[in-house]
Design a protein around this ligand. Structure first.
Ligand code: NIG
Ligand code: FE
Length: 403
């Protein structure tokens, strides 16, 4: 197979060694779905001439974006709950009154597979249009064996029918479904027993839980993690979002890929994550939309060298937005990340949070997932918001049509 050359680009490879992994007048040599060579055009190795040459005229190239925490598959919306919150009700109060996640569970159970697929596909296309090439999708709005499997199957179908790599996460331990009211431990027993079937059907890449006062206790979370470990499935955790439950330290003990949210993370939690190599998944969209006031401990995470990923956390209750570019801006303005940290958060560190070693930066041997932007520098994309300068998306070496 003869390679394809993409040349005259300003490239932010995000590879280590220099800020942004920057290359001024760069080129990418692509063979099949893989990058064969990335570097300054003047240093392009001599060899077989490429069968196609694309001149990018000095446009910016970055790795494809990775949205490593979403709840994309669900029925209905929560606009009425948004109005209730504007009138003073809190997210927790609404959840305790049977609304919140459980309202979405009812709407999800009532939707057909095709309806779930159509609404999730429209949302996925919005993410793709901003250069997202890999996405994680959690279940967690089915909360029965059949409905959880159905939502995971819809996520898998998105990966087959859209120009996206989809990684799926089983989040049955998201909320207690009404039929188990007062029997949370029984629910966890059953949710643990569903994992083997999900795995046998190829529906699950990782396991997550919501460890909080309106979610599950650390002891219940640990049971889910033990079931995942038994099957060899990696774990991650919605941890320390609304309160400090010690969830991050628990997840770190299980070698979690990531701990997510983390507004209430303690210094012990930071130390445990550092030791385990767990990624801190920061979710500025949920912080913003729930009008949280407690910031995640970014300075402590940075000082400890814990990698920080950024994701949309798209879901109908706490983060209904569909723009990973906006999250770059919010990570900087709300959480005080540098633009380069925010970019690492949606590329290199997002890949790490999904356990994917083949993407997240532009270097020989990695996947040819990259985006061409009408911008001079990636910091411009963290600076502007409500603005999408995406020109072209190349995924696995193939140019995809921008939705
Ligand atoms: O990541 N915290 C729990 N889960 C979601 C919200 C789910 C919902 O409100 O529907 C989150 O914020
Ligand atoms: Fe979430």
């Amino acid at each position: 197979m003869t390679p394809t050359l993409w040349q005259h680009a300003r490239i932010a490879t995000l590879a280590p060694g220099r800020p942004w992994g920057w290359i001024d007048d760069g080129a990418l040599l692509v063979q099949g779905d893989t990058l064969r060579w990335v570097g300054p055009l003047a240093e392009l190795p001599a060899g077989r001439p490429p069968d196609a040459v694309h001149d990018l005229g000095g446009a910016l190239v970055t790795p494809g974006l990775i949205d490593a925490h979403t709840h994309l598959v669900y029925g209905g919306d929560r606009a009425a709950e948004f109005e209730l919150r504007l009138q003073g009700a809190s997210y927790e109060e609404i959840a305790r009154a049977g609304g919140g996640i459980l309202a979405t569970v009812a709407a999800t159970r009532a939707a057909s597979d095709d309806e779930l697929f159509a609404s999730a596909a429209a949302r996925a296309r919005a993410l793709v249009s901003e250069g997202v090439t890999t996405i994680e999708i959690k279940s967690g709005y089915g909360l029965s064996e059949a409905h959880e499997a159905r939502c995971l199957a819809v996520a898998r179908r998105l990966g087959r029918e859209l120009p996206l790599t989809v990684r799926t996460t089983s989040l049955a331990a998201h909320a207690l479904p009404p039929e188990y009211a007062g029997r949370a431990d029984d629910y966890i027993t059953d949710a643990c027993s569903w994992l083997a079937g999900q795995q046998a059907q190829g529906l699950v890449d990782a396991v997550d839980a919501f460890c909080d006062t309106i979610g599950f206790t650390p002891a219940q979370t640990e049971r889910i993690f033990l079931a995942a470990r038994h099957l060899g499935l990696p774990v991650k955790l919605h941890a320390e979002q609304l309160s400090d439950q010690g969830g991050a330290a628990l997840a770190a003990r299980f070698g979690a890929f990531s701990c997510d949210h983390l507004e209430h993370l303690s210094s012990e939690g930071v130390a445990a994550m550092r030791k385990a190599g767990t990624v801190a998944m920061l979710l500025p969209g949920a912080y913003y939309f729930l009008r949280e006031t407690k910031l995640p401990p970014v300075a402590a995470l940075r000082a400890a060298g814990v990698p920080m990923a950024i994701a949309s956390d798209h879901n109908p209750g706490s983060s209904p937005g569909l723009s990973l570019l906006l999250m770059l801006n919010m990570a900087c303005t709300l959480f005080r990340l540098t633009p380069e940290e925010a970019w690492r958060g949606v590329t290199v560190d997002a890949a790490r949070a999904l356990g994917l070693a083949d993407r997240g930066m532009l270097a020989a041997g990695l996947r040819a997932d990259f985006v061409v932007w009408d911008a001079a520098h990636p910091r411009d994309l963290a600076y502007r918001y409500g603005h999408n300068p995406c020109l072209r998306i190349i995924r696995g070496g193939v140019e995809t049509i921008r939705p």
